[in-house]
Design a protein around this ligand. Structure first.
Ligand SMILES: [Zn+2]
Ligand SMILES: [Zn+2]
Ligand SMILES: [Zn+2]
Length: 168
């Protein structure tokens, strides 16, 4: 399990990389994930500074923390499991993926996109988290395990009609 500090840092990174916040959201007076108004001291601080201090209502904070925690645990497993390192996800990896998909579904974001081929992960596809550092900080992406299937390259129709749906 990842420490709460690690999870909180990754959660803040997804907020920083996400859409711009409204003034009340940036000031911590409204939940950044739902319309709930947060009266002083009621929200949970996600970090930031005096001018940008996103807060969340407790239910959203719990649900989003679960998304990040399941992502981080799955990612850690892939870095240390000898079976998974050989490109064949083990039973534990499948369980970790299922937990992550459930957490995403709970926040209404079940769909996942591959950062390499930019297609949505289809049922039966084998995919994994890809946590990497950009100049902005940690990036929580996903990719197909092994090589992307040629058939999963984006068609023009898909490329023009669909928005990437990352973790944020
Ligand atoms: Zn909320
Ligand atoms: Zn494994
Ligand atoms: Zn792919």
């Amino acid at each position: 399990m990842n420490s709460p500090d690690v999870v909180a840092r990754l959660l803040l990174a997804t907020v920083e990389h996400g859409p711009a916040l409204t003034v009340p959201q940036a000031q911590g007076n409204a939940c950044i994930w739902c319309p709930t108004t947060l009266h002083t001291g009621k929200g949970i601080s996600l970090g930031g500074d005096a001018y940008w201090c996103p807060h969340a209502c407790p239910p959203c904070h719990a649900a989003r923390t679960q998304v990040i925690a399941t992502y981080a645990d799955w990612n850690d497993h892939l870095l240390t499991c000898t079976t998974c390192l050989q490109g064949a996800p083990c039973d534990s990896a499948r369980t970790l993926r299922e937990a992550h998909v459930q957490a995403r579904t709970a926040v209404g974001r079940p769909s996942v996109w591959c950062m390499n081929c930019l297609t949505i992960m289809r049922p039966g596809a084998v995919w994994e988290p890809h946590l990497w550092q950009s100049r902005r900080g940690p990036e929580l992406d996903y990719r197909h395990t092994g090589s992307c299937s040629p058939r999963s390259r984006p068609s023009e129709h898909e490329a023009s009609s669909a928005e990437p749906d990352g973790i944020r």
